[in-house]
Design a protein around this ligand. Sequence first.
Ligand code: FES
Length: 136
Amino acid sequence: MGLLTGGLTLSALPGCAALAATTFRPERGEIRLRLADYPGLDRAGGSMRIRAEDTGELYYVLRQDDGSFETVSPVCTHQGCTVQIAGRLLECPCHGSIYDLRGTVVRGPAERPLRQAPTRLSDGRTLVIQTAETRG
Ligand code: FES
């Protein structure tokens, strides 16, 4: 079985591009994403919306200027609205909080950063995103 164990589901709806996400089934609390399959992540500022099939949680995978990757929950830490990707920033439509691509608050009223999902590059080609606590 390939890296996409849960199959690929694209939930793009006309006029609802912000809600489009690719659904993955985590294995042992991790989503494995082969970069070659997702060219949107091949450049700084690139992004991808993913959803964990088991919890239904949405995440944004964000390519940083230094080539690294961050994965954040789009749930605004102010009052829970869903932030939107706007160029190199994440903007909350409810009260105007702004975060950078690492989820750090740039402008309030939010005071805390977006929740991060630990993300690492494995074998130089596969992103491994931890979407759940794993216990050894
Ligand atoms: S819920 Fe995001 S700024 Fe208030």
